[in-house]
Write a protein that binds this ligand. Sequence first.
Ligand code: ATP
Length: 512
Amino acid sequence: MDFKNIISHCKEYGFIYQSSEIYDGLAAAYDYGPYGVELKNNIKQYWWKSMVQMHENIVGIDASIFMHPKTWKASGHVDAFNDPLVDNKDSKKRYRADQLVEGYAEKIENKIQKDVDKAKKRFGDAFDEQEFRSTNGRILERQAKIDSAMTLLGTHMKNEDMAGLKQLIEDLEIACPDSGSRNWTDVRQFNLMFSTQLGNIAGEEGKLYLRPETAQGIFVNFLNVQKSTRQKLPFGIAQIGKAFRNEIVARQFIFRMREFEQMEMQFFIKPGAEMDWYKHWKAARLEWHKALGVPADHLRYHDHDNLAHYANAAVDIEFKFPFGFRELEGIHSRTDFDLSSHQELSGKKLQYFDPQTNESYVPYVVETSIGCDRMFLAQISLALQEEKVPDADGKESKRTVMKLHPAVAPVKCAVLPLLKNREELVNAAKDVTAKLKPHVNVQYDEKDAIGRRYRRQDAIGTPYCVTVDFDTLEDQTVTIRDRDTLEQTRVKIEDVAKIIGEKVDMSGLFPG
Ligand code: ATP
């Protein structure tokens, strides 16, 4: 489904609303509605269960959003958490200089892809894409343009060369997508942290930041957690929580927000073991996505070319969003950078005593970090589909269906009396609903014809509909309709809770 329709579906069906909409909205802030919050909670539960509860050596915390301002000095965020900002003087629109260059490269890549697709069609089975890409003159020329632009971008970003970035934008003749003009301001660094002021301390001393990542709450608690849980290396600390970034450009719905939620895990290890663990988590995190039913062709790795100041290896898991492959999750080998910096600035030892070798050292860290909202968008954009299905009278009709995995679907089961004006059906359906309530998130619905009620449940992704009909009154059975196969199975009322409970249980998502 295209992106616009996904956004309007999310609003219409109570998944996501624009924040403060009655005041025309606040850019890049969104509110989760009644079904949205259920789906989001289920995603978080899936992550928490698999990362924390399924591992004896990973524990969870919930740290505060406000932290001592020195935290952000130590982490490098005060000095280096910047994006290169550039304004177009005619449209007055703001852009990230690096994204303008990336957009330039992406446009050329799209042209290359078109040529490849055309050739594929022409040559059929005999087509060798690699050979075509490495020999076709026009493609080679275009690829050279991309490579040169991306190399220069990498160099300028690494050297924080703002003048070089501006020159690159001019040399590539990049125009403002809004005004079409090439009238750019100088490029300057823009810090992405939001700040606020403590009530009782004036000036710089009282300056507080809203955390731009949850990871630092884990690092500063490393020893507290290690001592109170007596964990031995390797072990991990996980956290789910809000993070805030004053993003320059945030125009892609919940993909890039100024307030968002992260699910992060820092895995503490012996120095030297980082590459093995990095490989381990890289593979494990991809499997986590696949277990939920994300097809392999919607996921890919993207190695970082330019490593952040704290990393010695980093990879993104990219997902095929409706607007192309983009970062969904990052796996970073962060060395001992964070713990060492905190140790230095705080003057407190942040070391682990290794009982095997009788030595103390600052552990290394491999991090997995995923945006909960991006995961939500990935799930919705994959699940939401339009398809033709047979009607009750045998004709075909169109339906919008959200094919979410039952374990994360907001409502697991709807109970529907065949007719709402027959008291005995209504009473029986309400009884069934009450029986299911303690076990799964269930919804009772009697309004409109049964077909329309099925469509409504399809649109919010409810995997099972239980229908109470006249046979129910005779033999205490109901039908369970499967959202995806449309098959109806007749079962005894006393078995419904167990059957549905098993079908929506999360445990099936975990290997062995
Ligand atoms: P990007 O390059 O897209 O800005 P990033 O590399 O800065 O992302 P990280 O700092 O690695 O992102 O953050 C970890 C995860 O947090 C990302 O993979 C993403 O899922 C999520 N995330 C980061 N920024 C945002 C945002 N503004 N809105 C929603 N999710 C975000």
